[in-house]
Design a protein around this ligand. Structure first.
Ligand SMILES: N[C@@H](CCC(=O)N[C@@H](CS)C(=O)NCC(=O)O)C(=O)O
Length: 199
């Protein structure tokens, strides 16, 4: 059975949400990242070289990082309908948005929080305002990034918009607010939030 290593109030919410969207059977394995001395499932170290959550084991496959987990699950289990097929023209947009969170949003957020000067041309993540504008353009036609079909990319971008809101970093944006509301209305995200609340 798929094992999802997670911890409440972390980026692991993305992988929990994703797994709830799939309808696949999986086991949640709690890793208390705030207590490094707590014994951990031995497969966790194989899955997460940095000891970070989320991470996942699926038989002989072990991997970490929410984007990597999303890409893996959606391709490995195409019946979940969470990714366009490799020959679908929408695949390009899908891949772009799947890596937008680790490649652009999080570095731009880190820069903003730490007050480090942006270098829009040299830094691969551009700058914070451009990151927000590009994301707004991505979701403005909606309801989802790829149109009518919800994909794993919406888990990545939707959770990032919610994190930006939680940190008070989301500028006024009806487009992103409405998108966040649509994400919050998904039963799978509600279920993931219930797991967090009950853990
Ligand atoms: N790029 C990773 C980041 C994962 C990450 O940084 N997780 C944090 C919690 S939000 C963590 O596990 N920190 C514990 C540690 O580094 O020891 C992802 O999106 O999954």
């Amino acid at each position: 059975m798929i094992k999802l290593y997670w911890c409440p109030q972390t980026r692991a919410i993305r992988a929990l949400w994703l797994m709830e969207e799939t309808g696949l059977a999986y086991e949640r394995v709690l890793i208390d990242i705030r207590d490094p001395d707590k014994p951990r499932d031995p497969d966790f170290a194989k899955a997460s070289p940095m000891g970070k959550v989320p991470a996942l084991s699926d038989g002989a496959v072990h991997l970490a990082d929410s984007a990597a987990i999303g890409l893996y699950i959606a391709d490995r289990y195409p019946q979940t309908g969470l990714a366009p097929a490799v020959d679908d023209p929408k695949r390009g947009d899908y891949l772009y948005w799947m890596v937008y969170t680790p490649g652009v949003i999080e570095p731009a957020m880190g820069e903003k929080i730490s007050g480090t000067a942006a270098n829009k041309v040299s830094h691969g993540w551009g700058d914070f305002d451009t990151m927000i504008n590009v994301m707004e353009n991505g979701v403005k036609n909606g309801p989802w990034l790829l149109g009518d079909t919800f994909t794993a990319a919406d888990v990545m971008i939707g959770s990032s918009v919610l994190f930006l809101k939680r940190f008070g970093l989301l500028p006024e944006s009806d487009i992103l607010d409405t998108y966040a509301e649509r994400c919050l209305a998904r039963p799978a995200l509600q279920k993931a939030m219930e797991f967090e609340a009950g853990s």
